[in-house]
Design a protein around this ligand. Sequence first.
Ligand code: AKB
Length: 320
Amino acid sequence: MGNSTNRVIVTGAMGQIGSELTPRLRAIYGKDNVLATDIKQPESEHEGPYEVLDVLDREKMESMLKDYEIDTIYHLAAILSATGERNPDLAWRINVNGLHNVLDLAKEHGYRIFNPSSIAAFGPGAPRDNTPQNTIMKPTTIYGVTKVVGELIGNYYFAKYGVDVRGARLPGIISNVAPPGGGTTDYAVEIFYEAIKNKRYTCFLNADTMLPMMYMPDCLKAFIDLMNADLDSLIHHCDFNLAAISFSPIELAKEIRNHIPEFEIVYEPDYRQQIADSWPMSIDDSAARDEWGWSPDYDLPAMVEDMIRVLSERHRKGTL
Ligand code: AKB
């Protein structure tokens, strides 16, 4: 089985990751070869083809994939952890039924798929420190449940039908283009905007809540490298542990203060604290390192420096 890519579709292209993955893929494959889709109309002009697509609409998806002669699907449309707890039914439908549509079409037409999982696939039963690749998977959030289902059904479609579907358990992603929506790790993005605009942030997690995180350039690299990996070198498929940086709000605030000394943080934990407490604090990603050469570029100081540089520049121009 080969792994060549020529024509790509991105679902959830307007989201936090899709907003940066889509232009990156367009730079690689050519702008007309990457179709961006999302449930809503784009807010601004799109550099390439764009279609409104609800991933629950299998028929529309099928004709779109045919019309655009797609061979590879980056399936990013999903409901995240905090939103999922407020609407479990929606989380199940989008995250499970939407993925099932994608997998079934891939089974029929041979598409390759990237489907992200999450650290949320782990639950309180798993070791929280350096969480192993293979351990107890008993998440207590609906989001985590859907992510375990996604990993298992993806691996099943590979084993049973030969569908080349790959995915990694993403940590919290930190970025400065589109905001994250409805996640428990979102504080680690919000904090930068508030630090630059108001020099103050009220954090919805406790000071010492350690969580695995990753800067967007590393996230994009991971997606592309995993999809480019030789299929024969992969032992795992849909469930790679992926790590970059682990830190707590108090550690992040301290690093931000190296750039903005007057920055203040206060802590008012809400329902998301319970979600964070059920997740890993750090991750063992040796399978990803061994099987497809994963290695992140950004540590905490490098990520913070870059975030503050980019966002301060936008603040100066009045566009933050
Ligand atoms: C969330 O917080 O829900 C996501 C995730 C870790 O998958 N960022």
